[in-house]
Design a protein around this ligand. Structure first.
Ligand code: PMP
Length: 362
């Protein structure tokens, strides 16, 4: 394990094996005498990278052939606009579920293009954030689509169920939990995720979209933002972030070597349980404000009851080699992001540090 354990929410920790491979291949990728980032994106060599990464992702998530896989630039934030531009017809509306900071950002972008209905939002009961059950949602049966955020990276709120939308296309922003557990892709009509958490390096965003959803966008949509144009061009409408795409491919094949998504799901559950157990067993010292039914397995935010100790916690953690535990600037506190590439020993070190911190300051 590396000297520092990186709990960053994103760009986040990458598998050491992938970093070594990228390093070894840097100056001479597959005997081309060049690095992959110096190769033209329309050359046969790069196409090999593109096709293999798509095939590996398809295999990892069992993505059926009637779903296209796109590798696009602009982060998940670009998708906040691409989705309404492509799927929200003029004078129509869409439903959004508001569960935290990222779904709110998706909502405010979508509002530029059409009527947005908030079908449900999280509530705080007895001091704990809860996701309202599906029965309490106000879905519009004539909505063009329903958008939700299965894992809220900042708030640490994760769905452990998939909404049923009675035939309305379901779109999921899986930026911070894609590939963390098996999913049934056909439960969704579109899934998107920026890469810098479980997929690889910042700069690329994966879009998995059912073929029927790929149609004419609103007339003023920039060409680059059209799913149809991107599908027709195999994500090569313009020059894509080739190095980020390559790193994604290395991460996918690393995941396959480890045994696939189910193996990661098991590790992730164990890692998250260790951390939440530690928080709960020191309930007079640490607090997590999310209902146990929707606690995130990827991003664990918590506060110290005595908030004056927060900066000391962060300083001492950094000195102990536990990096990037500061909570998001909007909410403060502490946040441990424990993505796929976070080894269990990293979580053990954090838990030991947290227990020791209680002993010394509790
Ligand atoms: N959605 C979620 C759930 C995220 O966590 C993030 C980034 N942290 C985004 C969207 C935005 O991604 P990007 O910065 O790649 O645009």
């Amino acid at each position: 394990m590396r000297k520092v354990v990186n709990f960053s929410a994103g760009p986040g920790v990458l598998p050491e094996e992938v970093l070594f491979q990228a390093q070894a291949e840097m100056l001479n990728w597959h005997e081309t005498g060049m690095s992959i980032m110096e190769l033209g994106h329309r050359e046969a060599e790069f196409k090999q990278v593109a096709q293999q990464s798509e095939a590996d992702l398809r295999e990892l998530l069992s993505i059926p052939s009637h779903y296209h896989i796109l590798f696009l630039a602009g982060g998940a934030t670009a998708q906040f606009s691409m989705i309404p531009l492509n799927l929200l017809k003029e004078n129509k509306h869409a439903d959004y579920v508001e569960t935290g900071v990222w779904s709110r950002k998706a909502i405010s972008e979508a509002k530029r293009y059409g009527n947005i209905n908030i079908a449900a939002r999280t509530v705080t009961e007895k001091g704990l954030i809860c996701i309202p059950p599906q029965e309490a949602w106000a879905l519009n049966l004539d909505a063009e689509y329903v958008h939700y955020t299965p894992n809220e990276t900042i708030d640490g709120v994760e769905f452990n169920w998939v909404p049923k939308t009675q035939g309305i296309p379901l779109i999921a922003d899986m930026s911070s939990n894609i590939l963390s557990k098996p999913i049934n892709v056909t439960d969704y009509d579109m899934i998107y995720a920026s890469a810098q958490k479980n997929i690889g390096q910042a700069g690329i965003t994966v879009v998995i979209i059912r073929d029927e959803l790929v149609k004419d966008p609103l007339p003023y949509t920039p060409g680059l933002f059209s799913y149809q144009a991107q599908v027709e061009n195999h994500s090569l409408y313009n020059t894509p972030p080739t190095y980020s795409w390559y790193i994604s491919g290395l991460v996918f094949s690393w995941m396959k070597r480890q045994g696939g998504v189910a193996v990661f799901a098991e590790h992730n559950q164990r890692k998250a349980k260790k951390l939440y157990d530690c928080i709960d067993s020191h309930a007079d010292f640490y607090i997590n404000q999310v209902h146990p039914d929707c606690r995130s397995q990827m991003n664990v935010p918590f506060n110290l009851k005595n908030q004056e100790l927060t900066s000391m916690f962060l300083t001492e953690a950094t000195q102990a080699g536990l990096a990037n535990l500061r909570g998001h600037r909007l909410v403060g506190g502490i946040r441990a992001s424990i993505y796929n590439a976070m080894p269990e020993e990293g979580v053990d070190l954090l838990v030991n540090f947290m227990r020791d911190f209680v002993r010394r300051h509790g």
